[in-house]
Design a protein around this ligand. Sequence first.
Ligand code: BES
Ligand code: ZN
Length: 643
Amino acid sequence: MSESTSSSAHNIFPIISPLDKQSFANNHQVVAHHYYMDLTTDFKNKILVGYVDVTFEALIDRPSHVVVDARNLVIKQTKFLYKKHHKHSEDNINEQQHQEHELAFRVFSKSEVAQNGYPSVYGEPLSMSLTHEAVDLEAGNFFVVRIFYETTHESEAIQWLEPEQTLGKVHPYLFTQCQAIHARSLLPCQDTPSNKITYSSTIRTPKPLVAAMSAIKQWEDVSTHINIYHFKQNVTIPSYLIALVVGALESKEIGPRSTLYCEAEVLEAAAYEFSETEAFIKAAEEFLPPYAWGRYDIVLLPSSYPFGGMENSNLTFLTPTLLAGDRSLANVVAHEIAHSWSGNLITNSTWEDFWLNEGFTVFIERRILARLSGEEYAKFHAQMGYSHLVSSINHYKEINELQYTKMIPLLEKCDPDDAFSSVPYEKGFNFLYYLADQIVGSIPRFEKFLYHYFTVFCQKTVNSAEMKKCFLEYFADVEKTKEIDWDSWFNVEGDLIVKNNFENTLNVAANALCEKWTSGAEGTFAKSDIEGWSSTQLTYFLDILLSNDKPLNVQKLDETYEYSKYTNSEIRFGWQMLAIKHKYEPVKPQVVAFITMQGRMKYVRPLYRELFKFDAELARSTFQQYKGFYHGIARKMIEKDLQ
Ligand code: BES
Ligand code: ZN
């Protein structure tokens, strides 16, 4: 085919994938199956340098080009390596090397993306021409393309930390965060959960830095002047689970299939905090198919880590704000373990169906908690979750974005980070709980359905319609299923259409004490009011005070219970939100200290927003001074919040 054909294909701006509104990949014509990354971590220049070999399958005869997502990457060269007949004849290029030749490619510019009406976060797609005569693809052919590239300082998936930002203060550090659509700033890829891939990699790090990935380590060579690691992920995963961490990591076994990685300074504390890991996995295996991934490792990240946890396959990432000292925040570990089924094994096919990932995960998380800490504790968590749902809905009301309160939001031309909130988690959870409790009428029976669901869709992607069909077929004999108003659950804005009953015994004392503080009558209060309360109960008490609109003497509350002295991050956060809401001056320095010593978005975003309402100048100047500390995604979101 002539050069002009290939260049004309390259002049047409790529269409959005018909399978996913957040991706430019033409994965309906050419689909990726495997990535092999060969990357060197260059800490001096803060870039990753190397190449990725992508194994594609042609789904049509003679596709003219293949489009992959990319953002803030420098694409240097693209090569056609070889055609192969089987997708698993991987990494062995010698016999077919003669087919190798350069491919014409084009990276669309940021202004072309903007002119076509797409947000900049969708990136600058890379289109590679397949019209070279030697390519000649038929539907069903597999072929491998090598893309030489470098990341840049703008590649949002990666945070490069200075030694000062680590606990050890000696070595630099890097970690990635790809969910939802940031993998495209780590490597050129079909960055969509609508197709699943395997991957392998070779990672080079400067001594003595250790690399870990969301995959199984095959081997390491630390005998030369650099460290070399080889990883392999053999279970198919969505691109957003690709993850890398490099740092001065120590490790410790915390279970028969679990190693904990973190800096030496927190190794013992973290090993204590997460010692229930194996018990959580076993509890999940009591009602779900066996854990499918082999190992379940954990890495505890530095304080700027923007999430509570991230379920990267085989290697959960966790925030150090979970180090409470009493395992009270370990539900996050249960949550990330639950993703080993919901999300990682069965993946939402697009980000509009994100509730299928998170709602199912929260449901499983609380079934794990019920097994380990009792039904009352699980209900207590469910009740707190509902109050978080209410505050998310209130927030979206305030900023006039009620569309994001739908269980299935429409995300056309949206940034999925904007849609992120408790809604998919807690609306999704409440919907499943409603099905289990009010429709099926038995949580154990619903758990059997979960087993079935994870068997049917194992290693596949799923959307809401498929989930509905699967549920209705499984419970065909249950009359009550006719009552379910699927459309309203999926598409109505605002609060739940049917509420659940999470009445439990763990909140009784806190409810009564809240009533006493807010009833207006002058009560007598003493530290003994909260004697023996768990951190969760102390957090819950702050939660309900916060959602109460009656006047409250926060100074007296502070003096009585010394809430400002707690180091548990949930209590600290709850206290500070409450104190700012009531315009309590002495909390300001505490807030500034907390939002500058950790970068978890769950805490820093609401605190910045509230501080901004209380003292805009302080919020702005604090952010200006510390914005280099935050992860790129957190920085982007706080910037939006402060507008
Ligand atoms: N997968 C999420 C984190 C996430 C979601 C990252 C969307 C990027 C985009 C993770 O499993 C999660 O939900 N973490 C929660 C903890 C949980 C107990 C609700 C968190 O980070 O707070
Ligand atoms: Zn989750």
